[in-house]
Write a protein that binds this ligand. Structure first.
Ligand code: MG
Ligand code: ZN
Length: 364
């Protein structure tokens, strides 16, 4: 053993490259582009619906680096989406309802600020209003999630380069800001997203496709989320970028205790994940992270009840009867799936605020 160590030392002294080679092992490869996909209200059971209903061909099977996060907020055992997104974007545990501010309502710098200062392009895409809690925490600072007009104005003044979603109604008072801050706003009605949209890289783009939230998948949202996300990739072109994509309505299906609503929204989110993984595979320089702010509905995938001949309740294990146990959120651990350079950093069990710190540590 001593001889082996001595031999390595001799080689290292003799070869200057040895020192470098030894250390590059420890230097993590950093991605040039980071895509954070948030399935609002998506717990492990919501992910499991795809294994049940999509014949195992879903895109979650493409991930190898998996972790779990504890999502409790700074004020409650069970978080809401505002505190949940602030944990990701600003790295602080705050009170439910807070957007980009700490427990004392002080504004905290966010990932978009951090990336923009380093010349990354940034984008936000959601199937809710773009001023809704999850996207809002990535660009705004306000003491309550319901301050939609304040949030809309902060979006226009932020460093974000591209956004798409609903919420046009909140932007009407700020038409002059749109020109002032170099925005080109597209108000084409939802939901045929123009996949041939002609981008000019010196311009910022905002797609405000509905007055309020986008329609559900059960109505006719089509492939809006996937197409708006792919258009963003085209707009960003070869630049480094940070983009947040939200499957906003998985949460709303949970609140409504509507299994079909959850499932159709999960399928839409999964297709968007697939498109982003396709891009990342081709690019080789893109990190894709998929997680959620919390679970919604206490969704369970148990067997269907029946009464046996002795009058006892039993369960059929080949007939799944989805059920919910709350109309609100739950505090179950939430999975994190990561793919690409830096993805191994997302293994383990940690706090939701660590997502912020891990992403930040991967900035070049
Ligand atoms: Mg949300
Ligand atoms: Zn919710």
């Amino acid at each position: 053993m001593k001889n082996a160590i001595a031999a390595v030392l001799i080689i290292c002294v003799a070869l200057p490259s040895c020192y470098t080679a030894k250390n590059t092992n420890k230097v993590r490869k950093k991605p040039k582009r980071i895509i954070l996909l948030i399935g609002d209200g998506m717990g492990l059971t919501q992910v499991s619906t795809l294994f049940l209903e999509k014949d195992n061909t879903n895109n979650f099977k493409r991930f190898r680096n998996i972790g779990f996060i504890n999502t409790r907020s700074g004020s409650h055992k069970i978080t809401d989406s505002a505190a949940g997104a602030t944990a990701f974007s600003n790295g602080v545990k705050t009170y439910n309802g807070a957007i980009g501010v700490d427990l004392d309502t002080n504004a905290v710098p966010n990932l978009v600020d951090y990336f923009s200062e380093r010349k990354y392009k940034t984008g936000m895409i959601a199937t809710s209003s773009i001023t809704h809690a999850t996207p809002a925490a990535f660009y705004a600072h306000t003491n309550h999630r319901n301050n939609h007009y304040d949030i809309a104005q902060q979006l226009l003044k932020s460093d974000i380069d591209y956004f798409a979603g609903g919420g046009r109604g909140y932007f009407y008072p700020f038409v002059s800001d749109m020109k002032l801050y170099n925005w080109q706003i597209d108000s084409s009605a939802c939901c045929e997203f123009n996949t041939n949209f002609n981008f000019n890289e010196d311009q910022r783009y905002g797609f405000l496709s509905t007055t309020g939230a986008l329609p559900t998948m059960k109505l006719d949202r089509g492939s809006y989320l996937k197409h708006a996300s792919e258009a963003a990739l085209r707009y960003f072109n070869q630049s480094p970028f940070f983009m947040m994509i939200e499957g906003s309505q998985i949460d709303w299906g949970g609140h409504a205790n509507d299994y079909d609503y959850v499932l159709t929204e999960m399928k839409d989110f999964d297709e968007t994940i697939g498109a982003m993984l396709d891009f990342a595979e081709q690019d080789g320089n893109t990190l894709v992270i998929v997680t959620a702010d919390h679970e919604t509905g206490g969704l369970s995938l148990g067997g269907q009840n029946y009464i046996n001949k002795n009058g006892n309740t039993r369960q059929r294990y080949n007939v799944v009867a989805p059920s919910f146990n709350t109309g609100g959120h739950t505090t179950t651990l939430i999975p994190v799936f990561a793919y690409g350079p830096g993805s191994e950093l997302f293994q383990g069990v940690y706090e939701n605020t660590d997502i912020y710190h891990k992403i930040k540590s991967l900035v070049r």
